[in-house]
Design a protein around this ligand. Sequence first.
Ligand code: SAM
Length: 209
Amino acid sequence: MSEERLEDYILGHISEEPEYLRLITRSTNLDVLNPHMLSGHLQGRVLSMLGRMLRPRRVLELGTYTGYSALCLAEGAEEVVTIERNDELEERIKHNLSLSPFGGKVRPLTGDALAIVPQLEGLFELVFIDADKREYNDYLDVVLPKVPAGGWIAADNTLWDGHVADPAYDHDKQTLGLRAFNDRVAADKSLATVILPVRDGLTLIQKLR
Ligand SMILES: C[S@@+](CC[C@H](N)C(=O)[O-])C[C@H]1O[C@@H](n2cnc3c(N)ncnc32)[C@H](O)[C@@H]1O
């Protein structure tokens, strides 16, 4: 069976994508560069479910893009702080947040996550890493002190279309960044780690101590 057919079947048998998220997908596809970066229906419902399961008080997201995943995470959280480096997206993010009943829980920040995260006060029970693939280990360095023992980190795209396990990509910087991240979290005994082969790979990590 083709992958598309199975994906259609899955999408037909999970919770519906809310209308405001469909609108965000449509406008992102029409007006924004690299629309494939948006989480989409399946991953969005996975993030929403993670929020419902883990009930984090505060969520931190690295890589807002057009706000889709932040709104999914906001369904189960009290507050989502989300950081986007591309300031051209600022007005679009604000507008997209205003379309959702959960938009009021999302605090968008503009700038480099590596500079902003160390300045943030307090802890985040869940962090979603979804920014520059070359910087995943740098994000982990700044994020780990902000996660309490028992808290979680989810990292997107960690299989990178299978490139992480393909020697043909040994010189690709994004692949190398993700491999280094995957190797590090697997080896770190203070973390519990699993990779879900959802979409492009979603790694779930619990900080044990
Ligand atoms: C894959 S997209 C995020 C998709 C979004 N989380 C979603 O699921 O709809 C990655 C985003 O990270 C942003 N980004 C890359 N490096 C960053 C950094 N160091 N700090 C903040 N944002 C960054 C990019 O500009 C881009 O918009």
